[in-house]
Write a protein that binds this ligand. Structure first.
Ligand code: ZN
Length: 281
């Protein structure tokens, strides 16, 4: 299989692929609390896997993962994303998934700093001749996604360059919008790819309800404003029900979705990849 990871490639390989298709993926996700059972780099690992598989299918190169991302103070109303919908009193000052009882903090960038950093990367890649830049995002925070969407819009300059925002996750079914956090899907994805990084024994045995507050594991519907009555993870999102098989299927569908987005954008730029010579394979 072709090497697509930029940091592992030599200049002639990079030039060859760039002349064939000037497409670059940037996987993005902060170092963030994902329950006691998942690694802190969950979102970046996820974005990396989706980006690498997409590049294998569609072409282009994948930058090293940027383990950066933003979050902000949870609203004190009782609406979506608020502390109250997660079972807190509602007046606490909680930033993202950093709940008061977590023993380790997430490394969230302040939103402006995050934007400046990603914009700088995009600027450098544009100077080096890339025409399609795909921000593959593994993190669900609303302000973080809004920042990347804004950068994609601002840094796009068609027909020369397009910057595209692509979620690693599959979209939730409407009216819901949040992918959830550290629950069954993310756990399954890591089980499918890096089972050595998961420790389900760090969670109580099956049947014991998982309180959002206590574990920092939340189903997407709760973030969207529909928590369960006792503020525990819904059975359908229980990470203890995760499986490698579900992870593989989910990843496959996620990659397919990103590939479709990239193909459409490449076409809009008039980019048709020339076929690879045997030397480039
Ligand atoms: Zn995550």
């Amino acid at each position: 299989m072709r090497t697509v990871q930029y940091e592992l490639m030599r200049p002639p390989e990079i030039v060859r692929e760039r002349s064939r298709l000037p497409l670059v993926f940037i996987p993005i996700g902060p170092i963030e609390w994902h329950g006691p059972h998942l690694p802190m780099g969950m979102d970046g690992l996820h974005a990396h896997m989706v980006a690498v598989d997409a590049a294998q299918q569609v072409g282009g190169v994948v930058l090293p993962t940027y383990y950066i991302g933003s979050e902000t103070v949870r609203p004190v109303d009782r609406g979506p994303q608020s502390a109250a919908v997660l079972g807190f009193q509602g007046t606490e000052r909680i930033i993202g998934m950093d709940f008061p009882d977590n023993p380790v903090k997430s490394l969230y960038f302040e939103e402006g700093t995050f934007a400046v950093t990603v914009r700088e990367l995009i600027r450098l890649l544009k100077l080096d001749g890339y025409r399609l830049v795909v921000l593959v995002n593994g993190h669900g925070a609303v302000n973080h996604q809004r920042t990347l969407q804004r950068l994609a819009a601002e840094e796009s300059d068609p027909p020369r360059v397009r910057v595209v925002f692509a979620m690693a996750f599959l979209p939730a079914s409407p009216p819901f919008s949040d992918p959830g956090h550290a629950e069954k899907i993310e756990t399954s994805i890591i089980l499918a790819t890096r089972p050595d990084l998961v420790d389900l024994a760090a969670l109580p045995p099956k049947g014991v309800p998982l309180r959002y507050q206590e574990f920092g594991i939340v189903d997407g519907k709760a973030f969207d404003g529909r928590p369960t009555p006792d503020f525990t993870v819904r059975p359908e999102a229980d990470p203890r029900e995760a499986s490698a098989d579900l992870g593989r299927k989910t990843l496959g569908a996620e990659v397919e979705r990103v590939v479709a987005i990239v193909r459409e954008q490449a076409q809009a730029l008039g980019l048709a990849p020339t076929s690879r010579t045997p030397a480039a394979s």
